[in-house]
Design a binder for this molecule. Sequence first.
Ligand SMILES: *[C@@H]1O[C@H](CO)[C@@H](O)[C@H](O)[C@H]1NC(C)=O
Ligand SMILES: *[C@@H]1O[C@H](CO)[C@@H](O)[C@H](O)[C@H]1NC(C)=O
Ligand SMILES: *[C@@H]1O[C@H](CO)[C@@H](O)[C@H](O)[C@H]1NC(C)=O
Length: 193
Amino acid sequence: MAKSTFPSLISVFLTLLFFTTVAVAKNHHSFSRTLSPQKLGLKKEKLSHLHFYFHDIVSGRNPTAIRVAEANTTNTSRSLFGSVFMMDDPLTTGPEQISKLVGRAQGIYASASQSELGFLMVLNYVFLEGKYNGSTLSILGHNAVFSGMREMPIVGGSGLFRFARGYAQARTHEVDLKSGDAVVEYNVYVLHY
Ligand SMILES: *[C@@H]1O[C@H](CO)[C@@H](O)[C@H](O)[C@H]1NC(C)=O
Ligand SMILES: *[C@@H]1O[C@H](CO)[C@@H](O)[C@H](O)[C@H]1NC(C)=O
Ligand SMILES: *[C@@H]1O[C@H](CO)[C@@H](O)[C@H](O)[C@H]1NC(C)=O
């Protein structure tokens, strides 16, 4: 009796050891787990409305948007197809350039339409004011600049805007057709925690 239980105890031990090893190995290799939103301090999702003016200055000594690339056919295209601009445009509370700065729109707009002036917008609103200072919202959208109202998706955010989603509505407030400088009014609706 004792003779036969001994090997079986060993096999139980080895089996246990095997499964423990497998479990440890599995733990070691796992890179994801489920987490409750409370653990990240997430409480209730809220909706915020932001309102500001965007200043796109392409002329003069201190442009805030510059053309960084183009195709060899861009200049003969009615829609400037293929041109790529890098912007660092001020965002202010009022339409005047000297009104209070709340952030900057940093990123790229590029002419992506051959039939109309339609930009691919890839940018971050980098906020600099109040509780939003240091937080960002990311926009990825289509901007047909000669349309009355344009809508662009908010695809994410950081800081106070973690888990953000929503949309930005743009309406041209003022445009100087000679210089190309423009002031655009933005209403942004964003869900975040
Ligand atoms: C533009 O570049 C392409 C490729 O290098 C060339 O085939 C074409 O002829 C150029 N077009 C013009 C208008 O210069
Ligand atoms: C297109 O026009 C811009 C602005 O006038 C000029 O800087 C650029 O050199 C031109 N590019 C080509 C490929 O002709
Ligand atoms: C925003 O944050 C930066 C970095 O923390 C700080 O230097 C700056 O003074 C802040 N701006 C405002 C308006 O609070």
